[in-house]
Design a protein around this ligand. Structure first.
Ligand SMILES: [Zn+2]
Length: 540
């Protein structure tokens, strides 16, 4: 349990609060009686830093504005700085969140107006001390999964573009949020309620958690299911045309069960699928939630099966991320500096292998057929093999330079390669290689599980450590494979993949061109067994 101290300066401040709104008074009272408000340097690391307590309202949502007021334990002064992040973890693009913030004002506990100065593009210096109320407006009319939207229909509040925080040395500082919503609205997120506090408040143990927990509010459609005693909420807002919540939730549950079967555990208390049905597309992974911009529409069913939700594959990808990327992660991806984006060469693992496994687990779960899986791989390989950048840039370099090039690595240019696509193909090839080397006894599944056990803690893995785990499972030196496939931009060798599973490439008139994968009619019994083991169970 953290040390709880009463700061005398804060306590004095609370006794004279006649000018403040009741909500802010409550925030200040909570600040003062529960935590240490001294500067971080004056505290031991075991102590819990004083929380920031936000009150967010949207009195006229059709204006697209959110009003934020935050009680800040600023310390002894004479001034302090507040900042907005310049990026959101998981989305590798610089964002100018501060540009949407206006009317930044600050007052002392007794209502005295303090000077606010824009000290940097994303920072404000406030001349004052003690408990200070900072208020500002945020314009919210964007529709990506890392920005905000407030409208008459619903609201998406992401942590980084909404919550200004106190600049200071790193430390575990709780952040609490109270929302005032229009009538008949509710809010859902991955955040918890405050320990021992109000049930209608949202609580994050650190700023990182707050930024990692988007909030969806509105007249929401909320469903739920349980897997392994863990509740999963399926929360939707926006254009519900075509939404079949029961069918989509049933398929999500089937995928979650397969993911649970793969890992053997679920590392959270609750998980929230936040679905904003609107124009555009994309999802972002979080520790115990995902926010996705998707369509509600279902795909047409065939003679053999009912229609499925068109965004099931995207949601499967985001869900697998809670293991791979959010917990098992490259060493560079955490803890985060929200003003200084990190660079890693391992996004082919975090993103590419997530795509590889979300597709594979959809197939193992029976949510698509083995033939549909092979067709999807044909498209994937054709897309990569027809991209000229694959021979100009390694997947490692693509990952390292994501901040300079395409839209978070998704759309390669003529001179770059996508670490999503090539990383996915590398998963396919490395899996086949390990299965062949070990005569089908081990696989990339074992690599992921051992890597998780070893590195899914506070530190993460280096590129060499991940390779080391793969070598340990395979029982051979894989430096040559990693050098030619990951660190180089040469052609990939598919022969081992085709040989192990009894497959071949054939020409087609469709998008796959000459990269259409099909089963060899003369495949041996062993090859058929290998294919079955890979696509059905992961085991021989
Ligand atoms: Zn992803």
């Amino acid at each position: 349990m953290p040390t709880i101290l009463m700061d005398s300066h804060s306590a004095r401040s609370i006794r004279r609060l006649p000018h403040w709104r009741p909500a802010v008074i409550a925030l200040i009272a909570l600040t003062a009686v529960t935590v240490d408000a001294r500067p971080v340097s004056a505290q031991s690391s075991a102590r819990l830093l004083a929380p920031l307590l936000y009150s967010v309202s949207m009195p006229a949502p059709e204006s697209h504005y959110a009003e934020v007021e935050v009680a800040v334990p600023a310390g002894p002064g004479p001034s302090f700085e507040m900042m907005m992040p310049v990026w959101s973890p998981g989305y590798y693009r610089i964002e100018d969140y501060a540009a949407h913030v206006s009317d930044v004002r600050a007052r002392t506990a007794d209502g005295r107006v303090l000077e606010v100065e824009r000290s940097q593009k994303n920072r404000w210096r406030i001349h004052g001390s003690g408990i200070v109320a900072v208020s500002y407006r945020v314009f919210c009319n964007q529709r990506s999964v890392t920005t905000n939207y407030v409208g008459a229909d619903y609201a998406v509040l992401n942590g980084a573009p909404t919550f200004m925080t106190l600049v200071g040395p790193p430390g575990k500082r709780p952040h609490e949020v109270r929302l005032s919503l229009p009538a008949a609205w509710q809010a859902m997120s991955g955040l918890a309620t405050p320990p021992g506090g109000r049930g209608d408040a949202l609580w994050a143990d650190s700023y990182e958690t707050l930024v990692d927990s988007p909030i969806l509010a509105g007249p929401l459609h909320v469903g739920e299911f349980e897997v392994a005693d863990r509740i999963h909420h399926v929360v939707a807002a926006g254009d519900m045309t075509g939404w079949d919540a029961a069918a989509a939730s049933a398929d999500l549950k089937t995928f979650v069960e397969e993911t649970y079967r793969f890992w053997g555990f679920l590392p959270f208390d609750k998980y929230v699928f936040l679905l904003a049905f609107r124009q555009g597309g994309g999802g972002l992974e979080h520790m115990n939630s995902t926010l996705s911009t998707v369509s509600a529409r279902m795909r047409e069913g065939g003679a053999q099966e009912r229609g499925r939700w068109g965004s099931l594959g995207l949601l499967a990808h985001e869900y697998f991320h809670l293991f791979n990327a959010k917990r098992l992660r490259p060493v560079e991806l955490g803890p985060f500096d929200f003003e200084k984006p990190p660079a890693t060469g391992s996004l082919w693992i975090a993103e590419g292998l997530t795509s590889y496994y979300s597709g594979l687990l959809l197939t193992r779960a029976g949510l698509r057929t083995p033939d549909q899986h092979l067709a999807s791989l044909s498209n994937l390989i054709a897309g990569l093999q027809n991209a000229p950048g694959r021979l100009l840039q390694s997947v490692e370099q693509s990952s390292l330079s994501v901040w300079e090039n395409s839209n978070s690595g998704i759309n390669p240019t003529a001179t770059t390669v996508s670490y999503y696509a090539k990383g996915n193909v590398l998963g396919l090839l490395l899996d086949a290689r390990i299965r062949r080397i070990t005569s089908g006894r081990r696989s990339l599944d074992d690599v992921m599980k051992l890597a998780y056990r070893r590195y899914a803690g506070a530190r993460g893995y280096t590129a060499d450590e991940f390779r080391g785990v793969a070598e340990e499972i395979a029982g051979v030196d894989l430096r040559g494979w990693f050098k030619s496939s990951v660190a180089s931009a040469g052609e990939l060798d598919y022969s081992e993949l085709l040989e192990w599973y009894g497959l071949r490439f054939t020409a087609s008139e469709g998008r796959a061109g000459s990269w259409l994968i099909e089963r060899r009619p003369d495949a041996t019994t062993a090859q058929k067994r290998n294919l079955e083991a890979w696509l059905r169970s992961g085991r021989p």
